[in-house]
Ligand binder design. Structure first.
Ligand code: XUL
Length: 531
């Protein structure tokens, strides 16, 4: 192992793209980002996305993603970082689908290094805009798929999730139904992670099980596409999907275009791309660790953890995705993450520091004042019509009350909707933008009643992508095997930033009989019943 070898993690999230470079010595961690709204006004995005004909349709232009890839790799070259990189790992927002026509493969094989990607990719898309994970417009298609596959329980057993609005299966079905001629022109459907990886290696690439299981198209036990599920989504779909890899594999060398245009060595290799959450699992050092769970506070909030086995537990929310080692992770996704917190913060003209200070200074339980914070349609629990509801005497004028109410509601929803994942964790690791907010960490610790840790490197998805690339590269070198825990020891653990332990009194406010958790659960059920 050469301590000077560097690895690149590239994470394309909802609102921007981030790169992170690590060396095995753990010393050189460079990270920088591009924000879509700021850098690309011509695409008219708001928080990285566009709304379609109805508010339930949420989309983005894949050309913008290609442009961002070009720009960030040029920045890497300018900073003289690309030449030392041995392997690249891609992480991306999950579930988004990219629709490509028959010219795609040849185009990406023959790109001209003098020109950026997006100038050469204008005509490779059979659908201009890609639906992204925030899209909830496929209710009808979810019903149809559920019916064809024999009901909710069967869909969960086979694919790891109920038919889910944002997943590729229902999204592709809607595309086939509404734009059949464009579906006919589509020869390849990529996920965002496999699209970007294909641009790096100049060939169509497989998808991994981390991202591939989030489609309602795969058999999670067989680790491959399921013919029946694929046929239930759209005719002729099997031929339009790439291979699915059950565990991490290097997918090849970067293309001559990438080496020449961005200054990489020709023998730099790429790891199969994956979703941001499966990458975060690695970036937090949780591969193979079942008793510590994670919370990512990004555009979406997610609750996730590692599991070796598939427990057959009855459930209608949350998902099972693949993990990089061929085992599994569970995940629960909340759409009202940072955008809901931001709406409250901006609504009262506060800064993030004010927001955190209020949470640190106010009492657990908020004196019974509560909010159901559905600023956007919610994924968990499924709420398709957005709306904010206040209870327990909370008024819209009460600034600290509303700040505490949104933070408590989000943490309580995470607690209540993650019970199905198995035994409660002994500790929680918190990552992504919101993990910088001490107040939020404290509320989470109080609601879950466990120790909470955050990290200096809050870009755990990009870090995880870099570690996956390093793991694949080092194990392909021959010699003694490099385990995940070896890499976690040097690249993850030393990053610990905050450790917060809740007081038993604070915890009991939520957990005692008829405490806040049971009250919140009752309000949530009532509101859903009447909506
Ligand atoms: C997970 C999900 C989101 C996206 C956000 O199922 O939909 O967390 O991955 O990037």
């Amino acid at each position: 192992m050469n301590q000077e070898d560097c690895f690149l993690g590239l994470d394309l999230s909802t609102q921007g793209v981030t790169v992170l470079v690590v060396s095995l010595s753990g010393e050189a961690t460079h990270t920088f980002s591009i924000s879509f709204d700021e850098a690309y006004p011509a695409y008219h995005t708001k928080a990285g996305v566009l709304t379609g004909e109805t508010p339930a349709e949420v989309l983005a232009d894949p050309r913008m993603w290609a442009q961002a890839l070009d720009d960030i790799l040029l920045m890497l070259k300018d900073k003289k970082l690309s030449g030392s990189i041995r392997a690249i790992g891609v992480s991306a927002q999950q579930h988004g689908t990219v629709y490509l026509n028959s010219t795609f493969e040849e185009r990406i094989r023959k790109l001209d290094p003098a020109l950026p990607y997006h100038r050469q990719l204008q005509h490779v898309f059979s659908r201009d805009l890609s639906p992204v994970w925030m899209d909830s417009s496929t209710r009808e298609e979810c019903r149809e798929i559920t019916h064809t596959l024999g009901g909710h329980e069967e869909v969960v057993r086979l694919t790891g999730s109920v038919a889910t609005e944002r997943f590729a299966g229902p999204q592709i079905r809607k595309f086939w139904k509404t734009q059949p001629e464009k579906y006919e022109q589509t020869t390849h459907i990529a996920l965002v992670s496999s699209f970007l990886t294909a641009l790096l290696i100049g060939r169509v690439t497989p998808v991994d099980a981390g991202d591939g299981f989030g489609t309602n198209l795969a058999d999670i036990r067989a680790g491959d596409w399921n013919e029946t599920a694929v046929a239930a989504a759209a005719p002729g779909l099997r031929n339009r999907l790439p291979r699915l890899l059950a565990k991490d594999e290097l997918v090849g060398r970067i293309s001559p275009y990438v080496a020449e245009r961005f200054g990489f060595k020709k023998d730099t290799v790429a790891m199969v791309g994956s979703g941001d959450n499966p990458c975060s699992l690695v970036g937090l050092g949780l591969m193979g660790v079942p008793d510590v769970h994670a919370i990512s506070l990004g555009t979406s909030d997610t609750y996730f953890g590692y599991t070796k086995t598939l427990e057959d537990r009855e459930r209608s929310e949350g998902h099972i995705f693949g993990a990089a080692d061929g085992k599994f992770m569970f995940l629960v996704c909340f759409k009202n993450g940072s955008l809901a917190r931001e709406a409250v913060k901006n609504g009262y003209g506060l800064s993030w520091d004010d927001f955190s200070r209020i949470l640190l200074e106010t009492d657990p339980g908020n004196q019974g004042r509560m909010m159901l914070p559905y600023f956007l349609p919610e994924i968990t629990p499924l709420v398709l019509e957005p709306g904010i509801r206040r209870f327990g005497g909370l008024t819209a004028e009460d600034v600290p009350g509303n700040v505490r109410a949104v933070a408590e509601a989000q943490a309580m929803a995470m607690y209540l909707h993650s019970g199905w994942t198995g035994p409660r964790p002994k500790r929680l690791l918190v990552t992504a933008g919101g993990s910088e907010n001490r107040g939020l960490l404290k509320v989470i610790a109080q609601v879950f009643g466990v120790e909470v840790r955050s990290f200096e490197v809050k870009e755990s998805a990009a870090l995880g992508a870099a570690i996956r690339a390093a793991h694949g590269f080092l194990n392909a070198q021959g010699g003694s095997a490099v385990g995940w825990s070896d890499l976690f020891e040097s690249l993850v653990r030393p990053n610990t930033k905050e450790i917060i332990r809740p007081s038993p009194e604070a915890v009991s406010v939520y957990h005692r009989p008829n405490g806040l958790l049971s009250l919140y659960q009752a309000f949530e059920r009532l509101a859903r019943f009447f909506s």
